[in-house]
Design a binder for this molecule. Sequence first.
Ligand SMILES: NC(=O)c1ccc[n+]([C@@H]2O[C@H](COP(=O)([O-])OP(=O)(O)OC[C@H]3O[C@@H](n4cnc5c(N)ncnc54)[C@H](OP(=O)(O)O)[C@@H]3O)[C@@H](O)[C@H]2O)c1
Length: 327
Amino acid sequence: MSRRWSTLVDRALEASVVGSFTKIGSSLRAQGEEWADPEHLVGRRVVITGATSGIGLAAALRMARLGAHVHLVGRNPQKLRNAEHQVAAVSEGDVHSHLCDFSRCHDTRALAAELRLSDFRIDVLVHNAGALLSDFTLTSEGVETTVATHLLNPYLLTEALLASGTLASTGRVITMSSGGMYTQRANVDALEMTATGYSGSVAYARAKRAQTLLSQYWTRRYGSTGRGFHVVHPGWVDTPGVDDGLPLFSKVMGPLLRSPDQGADTLVWLAGQADGEPASGQFWHDRHPRSLYRVANTRLSPDQEVECGNAIATWCDRKIAAVFAAK
Ligand SMILES: NC(=O)c1ccc[n+]([C@@H]2O[C@H](COP(=O)([O-])OP(=O)(O)OC[C@H]3O[C@@H](n4cnc5c(N)ncnc54)[C@H](OP(=O)(O)O)[C@@H]3O)[C@@H](O)[C@H]2O)c1
């Protein structure tokens, strides 16, 4: 498909949610003449959380095939070993595993220390771990689990790797958000839900929305150093996470859901772009930057985005300090 046609097809798909988010979107867009594997993954060192299943495992396999050194992060030792075997079987580079419950700040701080003590720099950090929970739960550190896994610990790991210089000077951080975030307006005061009136899908959408503003914050704070911060939404993907979190949706949409490899495509493509490309701070789906808004009453002005992104970082700093201060 020529570039002109693929632009028209992309716009038509983007105008319809179902066309864009399902495998119809990824299959049609992949017909474009520019849709090749990224060329710059050879020798890059990639750390990916949530690498034991679904999109994270698919991304790890593809990046390993394309020549990256891959560090798999997971919380379940058996699943981590299985993932390492699978990735090592196709890998051109070296493969490492790191055990970490990414909802716990103590685990994440230990992971940051482990990575810092190694004699390499990380080129790509992928925040992919996550789940849509049906019930309110607190982590063993007393933080609501959704916000802990999707926001607090990605913030902690990113800041720790930046502070120690473990993220390469041309490194990039890619966060796996969700189209679900379109349903929620950013609101720092409502970031951490309580048991009263808890809704797993609202908590999830708020955390995913906050990820986009945090990535903009990192771009303002660190973007001039040559590092890039990107957020992706993968569309609707057939994974154990969707089966568990949204069983009815998974059943109804089953035939239209993307494969994990299709869901991982934009993440892998971003990881494999040339140094300094693409521009930092954008929200991506199917290799194109997308609007942060689809619903009018969720829209923030550029000034409000800045204010909210700064407030989210402050919220994370305070929460992390409180976790480490507690006995
Ligand atoms: N599938 C979709 O349609 C879709 C749509 C939008 C966004 N996403 C996002 O894509 C990402 C991957 O999800 P998926 O659909 O591929 O689901 P998945 O197959 O369930 O994979 C999720 C991964 O995250 C890990 N994880 C969850 N909580 C963790 C924790 N506390 N500590 C460490 N690891 C943890 C899981 O580990 P275990 O294997 O040990 O459970 C698993 O490896 C998530 O951030 C999700 O929100 C998915």
